[in-house]
Design a protein around this ligand. Structure first.
Ligand code: PTJ
Length: 248
């Protein structure tokens, strides 16, 4: 479909077209479009911008990634479709491993998403061979790579489902989520929930990684002082204020 750059929602329409094309390629799951629509609705309530409290969560996520012994970034179909280059760039900056991990899992789709990441520059992308299991998930969605998620101490999970976020927390990992829904189980169960749109959040986290690389005291201060419950309350408050017309 031809979209005019003059359209007020040009960017959103272009992204929708790309996600829809990626469904045809088997990278994005068909229901990934529904998840994307839910994300768009929550982003509308944020005013489609990064709030101050989201920026704090992004800096804290960067601090966790830099303090980690074995950081891993998980990528699903939506995350790949929306922000493959950004996630790979963040992984290089930390450095962190990248593992493809899918909700709608089949060997063919894993191959499609891994190949897609490789096509846009991903190297050593994990996911093709998943021989370990996360406890507490009853399906092959529990499968993960031994040298990836299984051994990770810190995991960044963009757009994750609640079951797996909870299982990662119970497995003793520090979980950093990017999820526009401040009410989701993923946001509530994570140690750091970044309530921001993925394509804004990822470059912000990468910028913070660069700023905090040589500042160990500031990293530790951010981690020690971050309060996820309070931060999520601030995201909800921001959305309520926007709904009440108290913000523009
Ligand atoms: O590729 P697969 O098979 O692994 O499937 C991926 C999806 C996203 C379909 C799957 O994980 C899923 O169903 O996720 P949920 O449970 O719908 O959760 C996705 C969350 O991401 C929702 O809370 C959305 O609000 C949020 N979200 C959607 N788009 C964005 C987003 N958060 C940040 N940025 C977005 N662009």
């Amino acid at each position: 479909m031809e979209i005019s750059p003059d359209h007020p929602r040009y960017r959103s329409l272009v992204i929708r077209e790309r996600m829809s094309d990626l469904v045809k390629e088997g990278v994005v799951a068909p229901t990934g479009l529904i998840a994307h629509g839910r994300g768009e609705a929550f982003d509308y309530l944020l005013g489609e911008r990064t709030t101050d409290n989201a920026l704090l969560a992004e800096r804290t996520a960067a601090a966790y990634l830099l303090e980690a012994r074995h950081p891993v970034i998980t990528v699903n179909g939506n995350a790949a479709g929306l922000c493959a280059e950004g996630l790979l760039s963040l992984a290089r900056a930390v450095p962190a491993k990248v593992e493809v991990n899918l909700f709608h899992r089949s060997p063919e789709r894993v191959e499609r998403v891994v190949s897609y990441l490789e096509r846009v520059g991903g190297q050593e992308v994990l996911g093709r061979v998943q021989s370990s299991r996360l406890e507490g998930i009853a399906s092959d969605r529990a499968m993960c790579c031994t040298e990836g998620i299984y051994e990770a101490d810190v995991v960044l999970i963009p757009l994750e489902d609640g079951d797996r976020a909870g299982a990662l927390v119970r497995a003793g990992k520090k979980v950093l989520a990017i999820d526009l829904n401040p009410l989701s189980r993923t946001s509530l169960e994570s140690h750091v929930a970044v309530v921001d749109e993925l394509t804004r959040a990822v470059p912000n986290i990468e910028r913070a990684v660069k700023e905090l690389r040589d500042d160990v005291p500031e990293r530790r201060r951010l981690i020690a002082e971050f309060d996820n419950v309070l931060n999520l309350r601030l995201s909800r408050k921001h959305m309520c204020q926007l709904l009440e017309g108290e913000m523009r």
